[in-house]
Design a protein around this ligand. Structure first.
Ligand SMILES: [Zn+2]
Length: 235
């Protein structure tokens, strides 16, 4: 009888150790959990041309300093994960510059309107068709301000100091540098994804499990949200 109890206790201890070990070593992703998220959660705030922001979003902001000597503002809820990512980068030997974070919708509207005004003056636009052409051109160069996710405080432009030394103008080539590759590869373990392949410096917070799922399956945020919606329909 006593022997049996001992075995049960021993078995439980081994199971616990294995569980802890797996947890510590996991870059694993819970696929089921990733597809069963509540899309109305702040982490999944979708901003794009079809889903532009129409008014300022309110949330608690926090300042965070990069290891490359710059400071930005972000949604306070992503400060810790971002800090953890920067710490891990430091440990790996990489300094990271935070280029931009939260920007108000108003400030983006201003930039956009200035560009629009400048372009229309330059081209001496006199009719509506001409104006539409200018709007298209400026939109391509400066994304439609409402379709930009900076006002969410969940997007961060960041690059390693080494990558920026090589490519100061933020070309897609920064993704070829060893240091930026480290950042791209490790970001999902802290909840961040590269939002668009052609902007390997623009990271967006979505939470660890979702970030790993999106990265493992090579999805865009839009495709991921589509999959979650499909799962919702099955219920
Ligand atoms: Zn960006």
């Amino acid at each position: 009888m006593k022997k049996n109890i001992l075995f049960v206790i021993l078995g439980a201890m081994i199971a616990l150790l294995v569980a802890v070990f797996i947890n510590l070593n996991s870059n694993t992703v819970d696929n089921k959990k990733a597809l069963n998220v509540n899309l109305s959660n702040w982490k999944y705030y979708l901003v794009n041309e079809n889903n532009p922001i129409t008014s300022e979003i309110t949330f608690k902001k926090a300042s965070i300093a990069g290891t490359g000597g710059s400071t930005i503002k972000v949604d306070s809820r992503i400060k810790k994960p971002l800090q953890n990512l920067l710490n891990a980068a430091s440990k790996a030997g990489y300094k990271v510059s935070l280029i931009s974070g939260y920007q108000s919708l108003a400030s983006q509207d201003a930039t956009y309107n200035q560009a629009l005004q400048k372009a229309s003056l330059k081209e001496a636009v006199t009719d509506l068709a001409g104006m539409q052409k200018i709007i298209e051109k400026v939109r391509k160069e400066i994304i439609n301000p409402g379709a930009n996710e900076y006002p969410t405080g969940l997007a961060v432009d960041m690059a390693t100091v080494a990558a920026l030394d090589k490519y100061p103008n933020l070309s897609t080539k920064i993704a070829d540098t060893k240091s930026q590759q480290w950042l791209i590869k490790n970001a999902p373990n802290y909840g961040f994804i590269v939002r668009q392949k052609n902007q390997p410096w623009h990271f967006r917070y979505v939470g660890i499990n979702s970030a790993r799922y999106i990265t493992n399956n090579d999805l865009t945020l839009e495709e991921y949200i589509g999959r979650v919606q499909q799962e919702e329909k099955k219920k």
